[in-house]
Design a protein around this ligand. Structure first.
Ligand code: PHE
Length: 449
């Protein structure tokens, strides 16, 4: 049977941008930018995207498309009988780790859509909203039901395949996501005092730009572009030979950055306009914003839109994560896609249930002082993704046949415009600049420096 692949250029972009744009953009990026130097952080972040993110995305695409294999099979083909396939194994592990907690947070978003529909924020104080959030995440069954529903939808799309599942739904969900964010942006920008929020987000505050903030920017660049665990490699393996990998990577990175900025523009003006202190992390989306929505005219409608936006963004990312696992088992063991999808969804969901319970009854069981869910986040963002990214750079920079790299970038000669300067810069980045920068973040991330 012929290997499934993406059908159209738009489909590739929708799927890859869908993977990149996720919870990382809409809730993590705005608050870390706002609290780590605003515009100053933004400059560092953009430098990280261009100098580290882009070369790694191109590298993953090259590895995937040149082999047309899953994350482990690709390294086995390019580097047989060597330990390089460990990159693929780490990717598989990371997919399980990220998806387990991602499903839980996406479940919270879905519950908040239903809270907005039933107008449950109305008349509540900050303390009450905060209790409402804490009681949801620590409850034994409610967040798990939502998480399982979210995972079931993820599995349903992945089981349908690349063309008829991932590509088809990404092409519907991405424009929907864009529409939702634009509506929320217009609403936020037309509120009184909107400029105060814009200033909070964009005004460069160089005094807040600590060394930690620089490391945070680099780590976030990985997470937000879905790099370092074989997601873009796997999607790359479904890209047809005629497509230009370099411009695909550039377009995906631009889309990801634009959506992150639009998310910040939707959130901060609203928060400031209602005189609310911008909370951090989960609190910003699940406590500060409900407080805004309950005061805003037709606020529950905007609540429905915002939490749907989060859920949709999470969905197009979670399908890309599940695909890493499903591609490996279907290809290497010749198993049916539906069967593999059902089993992997169940497996990841069980680990996800443990994540969810670690906010409640399993709170006491900690790993290195972290709850299970926090540990899963830490393990992926601070260890597995940077380590995977570092190894991918080294693989492409030092091991891989340069002819394959050239062929992939030039589509075997049909793109003549790829200059030797680009190749030199690309190799310089993957050989030296990116590995050194990643190594620093990695050592910092695990507190070794
Ligand atoms: N890029 C996604 C986000 O920003 C998360 C993700 C990480 C998806 C790694 C796939 C792989 O939320």
């Amino acid at each position: 049977m012929a290997r499934d692949s993406f059908k159209s250029r738009l489909g590739i972009l929708a799927a890859a941008a869908g993977s990149a744009i996720g919870l990382g953009n809409i809730w993590r990026f705005p608050h870390i930018t706002g609290t780590n130097g605003g515009g100053a952080f933004l400059i560092v972040y953009l430098v990280c995207i261009v100098l580290i993110g882009l070369p790694i995305m191109i590298s993953e695409f090259i590895i995937g498309r040149s082999t047309k294999k899953n994350a482990i099979g690709a390294f086995r083909e390019l580097a047989p009988k060597t330990p390089w396939s460990i990159i693929g194994w780490m990717g598989l592990l990371c997919a399980v780790v990220i998806l387990s907690f991602y499903g839980v947070v996406a479940g919270w978003c879905m519950h908040y859509v239903s809270n907005s529909i039933t107008n449950s924020f109305a008349g509540k104080s900050v303390t009450e909203l905060s209790n409402m959030f804490t009681s949801l995440i620590s409850s034994n069954w409610l967040p798990i039901i939502w998480q399982l529903l979210f995972m079931a939808i993820t599995g349903y799309i992945v089981a349908a395949g690349i063309k008829n599942g991932i590509e088809k739904y990404s092409k519907i969900l991405m424009p929907l996501m864009f529409l939702l964010i634009i509506i929320l942006d217009i609403r936020a920008l037309t509120l009184d005092n909107a400029m105060e929020g814009i200033n909070f987000l964009f005004k460069p505050k160089f005094n807040e730009l600590t060394l930690d903030a620089v490391f945070l920017a680099l780590g976030h660049a990985f997470f937000t572009l879905s790099l370092g665990m074989g997601t873009m490699l796997t999607y790359g393996s479904y890209i047809n030979d005629g497509e230009n990998l370099k411009s695909t990577a550039v377009n995906v990175s631009i889309a990801d950055t634009v959506i992150a900025l639009l998310a910040g523009i939707a959130i901060f003006p609203a928060v400031f306009s209602y005189g609310i202190k911008p909370d951090t992390g989960a609190g910003l989306a699940f406590i500060s914003l409900p407080l805004v929505f309950e005061q805003m005219p037709f606020g529950n409608i905007f609540g429905i839109l915002f939490f749907s936006l989060l859920a949709v963004a999470a969905l197009t990312s979670s399908i890309s994560i599940l695909e890493v696992i499903v591609a490996y088992f279907t290809e290497e063991f010749n198993m049916s896609r539906t069967k593999v999808t059902v089993f992997s969804t169940l497996f990841v969901s069980i680990i996800g249930i443990l994540c969810s319970l670690s906010n409640g009854i399993l709170k006491e069981y900690t790993i290195f002082g972290m709850t299970f869910m926090n540990f899963m986040e830490y393990l992926s963002a601070n260890i597995l993704l940077p380590l995977g990214g570092l190894l991918i750079c080294l693989f492409v920079g030092y091991y891989m046949d340069k002819k394959i790299i050239k062929d992939q970038l030039r589509n075997k000669g049909s793109i003549s415009s790829i200059s030797s300067t680009f190749l030199v810069i690309f190799l310089l980045l993957v050989k030296f600049i990116s590995p050194i920068a990643i190594l620093i973040v990695f050592l910092k991330g695990i507190n070794l420096i």
